[in-house]
Design a protein around this ligand. Structure first.
Ligand SMILES: [Ca+2]
Length: 189
């Protein structure tokens, strides 16, 4: 019994997280109760299995990649609450004058870019693009069609002619409204 760690968020921690992520105190409290509900073993950190119990991630075709983004924040195979909210902060809608490194257009684009950059070398190759397209569409489109979509996308985005998509090139191809819309979740309004 006595070994269960405290599940309460300290005030100073709450203030720090608020400042860093832009979430309101109320939103953080609610995310924290979601976090502790997922943390079945009450260790103060989530494992990969804990994440897979989130229904929105389980049904998202890119769920695996998004789960990996949480673990990129961490050197271990567990994600603590701070790391958890940092990733979620990318999905805060952009409001004028209230953006930060996470939910700014650039922050959102960086997060999206990393979903495609499977080997984390800051370039998206045709193979990486193809792999992500396959995750997204499953078996609905033939391999040949997907290869042609991947090739066309690289051709259109690749301005320096290296056959890959760098971050700058990625930003140029993605339409502004699309990023802001797809990368925003109305949090607990
Ligand atoms: Ca890469």
């Amino acid at each position: 019994m006595g070994s269960r760690p405290s599940l309460l968020l300290r005030d100073e921690e709450l203030a720090e997280i608020q400042k860093e992520t832009g979430f309101t105190a109320n939103q953080i409290e609610r995310l924290y109760s979601r976090f502790t509900a997922l943390d079945k073993t009450a260790t103060g950190a989530l494992s990969r299995e804990d994440f897979l119990r989130i229904p929105e991630l389980a049904i998202n075709p890119l769920g695996d990649r998004i789960v990996m983004a949480f673990f990129r924040q961490s050197d271990e195979d567990r994600v603590n609450f701070r790391q958890f909210v940092r990733v979620l902060a990318h999905f805060r809608p952009i409001k004028k004058g209230r953006e930060n490194a996470y939910n700014s257009r650039e922050g959102k684009l960086k997060f999206a870019f990393k979903l495609y950059d499977l080997d984390d070398d800051d370039r998206i190759t045709k193979e990486e693009l193809l792999a992500v397209l396959q995750m997204m569409v499953g078996e609905n489109i033939s391999e040949e069609q997907l290869i042609s979509i991947a090739e066309r996308t690289i051709l259109e985005a690749d301005m320096d002619g290296d056959g890959m998509i760098g971050f700058e090139e990625f930003c140029k191809v993605l339409d502004r409204s699309l990023v802001e819309q797809k990368m925003s979740i109305r949090f607990l309004n």
